[in-house]
Design a protein around this ligand. Structure first.
Ligand code: WTA
Length: 633
């Protein structure tokens, strides 16, 4: 059996098979991989624990399935194409053979620096091939990587290091981002003042800027690999050994470490990559995400490399040196599959059509979208101007927790319907429920999106706190995984994702917890209390709107607002900086003291129709003040 779906009827047939007998379905796919020892059972599970075991007691190494047992490509095939931030700088091409050697060599270097199987390694690096090499080298030796997006602050980095008691940090001297040079190593140095578990820092030289190297702790990447052989025996991993932890925001508390394990994640990213994008062996595939997010993990590194694909990595930003950069890159490398986020599409759409002039974009066969709901206007612009009306658009819905794409058209197979993620992939059993958890069957229904059966790429736990995993995802609707998203099934049975139904804001495709931003705001010395909500934003999808009660101590509102924004930037990072801050004398509260966010969301959206009954509030008078302060009346 080929695991490539090739027609709509084939999709329906396989979907039926995957529901009728999920174990047999995934076992057939698993048999195409190399295992050091086969499994006892394909799946053991309960969603109460939750306890999920795929391929019990099987042994494997994921990197063996990319390199030694490469089933799809010859060793001289290009694995990674790298385009630097500055188009004047040389690009890089790394073959599977070279990637294998570099992975083995860096794996050996990490072992020499004292990393052992099971240790956690933080990767805080720019978008250079070495970031992928670092991830693969961890997988090779059984170390658990946790990539932290290099735009996060020292505090956010320290929190993640502490949460998983990491032993090593892999980083760079600096990072090029558009016209800016970011002092990455300085951020690491600051973070490490607040951690105790890191024994070594390996520093990749990227920008050449001056850095302080702490003797005994900090080692240059080039020194760590000097003279180190590339032959490396892969560690034997259990199917359910941790592959990585990736921190993500939720509705409460600090970001949590979503834990993914080896075999299931391997199978799932490979299978979804092949089928959603319909990659063919000579294609060049480009996903514009950063490896700091799940999209970078699954669809720049693991999925494509497991499928023997050529994956393009881009270090820079879409608007540098100008707004034609994405289109330059597509033509330069003759990109066949292009996968990006709605926020990037909207930002480029706002630049007009001029940056597209002189670009053919003829090579593109498939265009994709991920990270947030794509509005119809952006969908049509993308389809028309980039896909030239001839390329299928895959609107892929999934999450850090799901490991891979869950609901999406299959390119060229599933009929496209604008702004609809469409149909579930084989093996995925979506359920729509109302607030009470009653399943809404049939078409033309809208409710909360749950998944009722395990899939191989799913979250296993939140690192160090299994209760939190249970409470966040498996308790709202017992017996089901709750996604936190709203969804509509239309008259054709196609799914349309409506966005988050919890206190998570999706800013430019990045997840931010309102509580996390509030906690940061509350660190500002003049802030007494704050509340954060999302509001519609033309480019970012959602913007962050903060209401703060302050003890001004003589400071002007302008000074307080600037100070609050800076505080959030320093504590979390620039991506969490509120777009709007409004200083208020009170927040609308129920008699039990709960903030009525519904009212704040309406004010932030500048839509004060249907405010509902505010008379039951503890302090109804504050609503008028807030509306006036927002400049609505
Ligand atoms: C949202 C990113 C609509 C959704 C892979 C989800 C989407 C959250 C889509 C996960 C899409 C992602 N259509 N919404 N195609 N893709 N989302 O963990 O709200 O960074 O719950 O994973 O992004 O974000 P995360």
């Amino acid at each position: 059996m080929s695991d490539r779906i090739d027609s709509l009827s084939d999709y329906f047939k396989r979907y039926e098979e995957s529901i009728a007998d999920p174990e047999q379905f995934w076992e057939k796919i698993a048999k195409q991989f190399h295992w050091q020892k086969p499994w006892d059972t394909v799946l053991d599970w309960d969603f109460e624990g939750p306890n999920i075991t795929w391929f019990k007691n099987a042994k494997l190494n994921l990197t063996e399935n990319i390199f030694e047992k490469q089933r799809f490509a010859d060793e001289n095939k290009i694995a990674i194409l790298w385009e630097p931030n500055d188009p004047q700088e040389d690009s890089r091409k790394i073959s599977y053979k070279e990637l294998f050697e570099r992975t083995g060599q860096f794996a050996n270097a990490m072992l020499e620096q004292g990393v052992e199987k099971g240790d956690r390694v933080i990767i805080y690096m720019p978008m250079v091939p070495e970031a992928a090499i670092a991830m693969l080298a961890c997988a090779r030796i059984g170390a658990v990587h946790s990539v932290v997006f290099a735009g996060f602050s020292a505090t956010a980095l320290a929190d993640r290091i502490n949460d998983c008691s990491a032993k090593m940090v892999l980083t760079s001297d600096g990072n090029f981002r558009g016209a800016k040079k970011i002092p990455v190593k300085e951020v690491v140095d600051e973070a490490l003042k607040h951690t105790t578990t890191i024994s070594k820092v390996i520093v990749y030289q990227r920008t050449g800027q001056a850095v302080t190297m702490e003797a005994g702790r900090d080692v240059w990447w080039h020194d760590a690999i000097a003279g180190v052989p590339s032959e490396n025996t892969p560690e034997s991993m259990d199917a359910e050994d941790l592959l990585f932890i990736l921190y993500t925001s939720g509705s409460t508390g600090k970001p949590k470490g979503v834990a993914h394990t080896t075999a299931g994640y391997m199978l799932y990213t490979y299978y979804t990559f092949r089928n959603v994008f319909q990659y063919e062996s000579d294609d060049v595939y480009w996903c514009t995400a950063d490896v700091g997010w799940i999209t970078g993990h699954s669809y720049i590194v693991y999925g494509p490399l497991l499928a023997g694909a050529t994956t393009l990595m881009f270090e820079g930003v879409p608007t540098y040196p100008d707004a034609g950069r994405f289109w330059d890159i597509i033509d330069k490398y003759k990109v066949n599959q292009f996968y990006t986020a709605p926020t990037a599409i909207r930002a480029l759409q706002a630049c007009g059509l001029e940056p597209l002039e002189g670009h053919s974009l003829d090579s593109i066969k498939v265009i994709g979208s991920v990270g947030e709901p794509i509005n119809e206007e952006a969908w049509h612009w993308y389809h028309h101007h980039i896909g030239k009306g001839r390329c299928p658009l895959v609107d892929t819905w999934w999450q850090t927790e799901t490991g891979g794409i869950m609901i999406s058209p299959l390119a060229g197979i599933t009929p496209n319907k604008p702004a609809h993620a469409s149909l579930p992939l084989p093996g995925i059993q979506p359920v729509i429920v109302d607030a009470e958890g009653v399943e809404l069957k049939g078409n033309n229904v809208e409710g909360n999106l749950c998944i009722r059966f395990p899939w191989p790429g799913m979250i296993r736990t939140t690192y160090g706190d299994h209760e939190r995993c249970k409470n966040t995802y498996f308790s709202t609707y017992p017996g089901m995984y709750f996604t936190g998203d709203g969804v509509k099934r239309d008259h054709d049975g196609y799914l349309r994702i409506l966005g988050r139904v919890d206190d998570v804001i999706n800013v430019s495709g990045h997840r931010m917890g309102t509580a996390e931003v509030e906690n940061a705001i509350n660190e500002h010395p003049n802030v007494i209390e704050s509340a954060v909500v999302g509001y519609p934003h033309d480019i970012k999808g959602q913007g962050i709107y903060a209401f703060a009660i302050c003890d001004s101590k003589g400071l002007t509102d302008a000074a307080l607002i600037a100070g609050i924004k800076d505080t959030v930037r320093d504590i979390i990072g620039p991506i969490a900086k509120p777009d709007q801050v409004q200083i208020v004398s009170g927040l609308p509260k129920t008699r039990s003291g709960k903030i009525m966010r519904r009212i704040l969301r309406k004010v932030a959206s500048k839509d004060i129709s249907n405010m509902g009954d505010t008379s039951t509030l503890l302090n109804p008078e504050v609503v008028d003040e807030i509306i006036k302060g927002a400049g609505i009346q």
